[in-house]
Design a protein around this ligand. Structure first.
Ligand code: SF4
Length: 329
């Protein structure tokens, strides 16, 4: 399958005093190195799971791919289109093809707008349909996500967390996009509701032929939904490959540590070593030199603090960046 989205050398740094949206917060101005040179290819019709601890830069990466946060450097291609070269008009048209589902469905829905207004708003903004057709399209997508026409005139606070996430999914899909960034779409939900939303996203992917970048800090969720997994640590992808390979034969000590924290996804034949993750994620304003994982890595060597390891091709589309791997630079 051809790549739908291709990212090369993507960088997103921002001044902590201004935040991602450019607002001055009054904090001392330091450079936050949220995304630090990411390469990632996402095949059409596939789900790539992006896993990492909170603060590792995965949500910023998802937004930078969509240019919701303007990248500092790098290349984003969508099919044959150079996304970074698009002017505002071209970017507006591209937004119909690339959408996002947010983590917190309540925070992302305007409390003063009805569900009908929220869900139909993208179509209205793009001037695609009006009047009766607008309402029909809105009801159609609401019904597809498990809601109905009786919900059109209600407000977000009148819904449960799971229903609010269904509203967020309807809003993202009403434009019939091809690519959707699912940014921790079940993290804010009760465990009993998470499975329903994951199943809904899987059904919609099959029905509409969607391509997902599925972001989560939960390796169990990522393992379930993904065709491929990319493991992110402090702004970099440290391991990437087919789901089965990453889960059963993880190559990077950080991936091994993530997997060691969830014993129930042990697979037969796993070559996983027991690696415990200790300490907190270092600040992205001052990432450690060399391999940024060396301050927490149980098998770090002197070399690890000096040089960032190159990426080793492990075969069959599986790669990782660690000095311990054969042929690592
Ligand atoms: Fe650990 Fe060194 Fe490999 Fe980094 S390069 S993961 S510090 S062994």
């Amino acid at each position: 399958m051809a790549d739908l989205v291709s990212v090369r050398g993507l960088v997103k740094h921002y001044d902590s005093r201004r935040g991602l949206l450019g607002r001055v917060t009054g904090n001392p101005g330091t450079l936050v190195q949220a995304v630090n040179g990411v390469d990632l290819s996402i095949a059409e019709g596939s789900t790539t799971g992006l896993i990492g601890e909170s603060g590792c830069g995965k949500s910023t990466l998802g937004r930078a791919i969509l240019r919701l946060h303007e990248p500092t450097a790098g290349e984003v291609r969508f099919g044959d289109t150079d996304v970074m070269a698009l002017d505002p008009g071209g970017m507006k048209a591209m937004r119909r093809r690339m959408q996002i589902i947010f983590q917190d469905p309540y925070a992302s829905l305007n409390p003063r707008r009805t569900v009908g207004e929220i869900v139909s708003n993208p179509l209205r903004l793009h001037g695609l349909v009006k009047g009766r057709e607008l309402q029909d399209r809105t009801v159609e997508i609401l019904e597809r996500v498990g809601l109905n026409a009786g919900h059109l005139n209600r407000y977000p606070h009148q819904f449960s967390g799971g229903q609010r996430q269904r509203i967020g999914i309807a809003r993202a899909l009403i434009m019939k996009p091809e690519f959707v960034v699912c940014d921790e779409p079940v993290s804010a939900l009760d465990v009993s509701i998470q499975a329903q939303i994951i199943e809904l996203l899987e059904e919609l992917k099959r029905e509409f032929g969607l391509t997902y970048l599925f972001i989560s800090h939960d390796i169990s969720v990522i393992g379930y939904v993904s065709d491929r997994i990319a493991v992110m640590y402090l702004g970099r992808i440290v391991e990437e490959g087919p789901t089965e390979a990453v889960l059963t034969a993880p190559a990077h000590p950080y991936t091994k540590a993530l997997l060691a924290s969830v014993p129930h996804i042990e697979h037969a034949g796993s070559r996983r070593a027991s690696v415990k993750l200790k300490g907190d994620l270092p600040s992205p304003t001052n990432p450690p030199a060399g391999c940024s994982f060396h301050t927490r890595c149980p098998v770090a060597m002197a070399e690890c603090a000096r040089a960032f390891p190159g990426t080793t091709d492990l075969g069959r589309g599986h790669s990782a960046a660690c000095h311990l791997l054969p042929g690592a630079a």
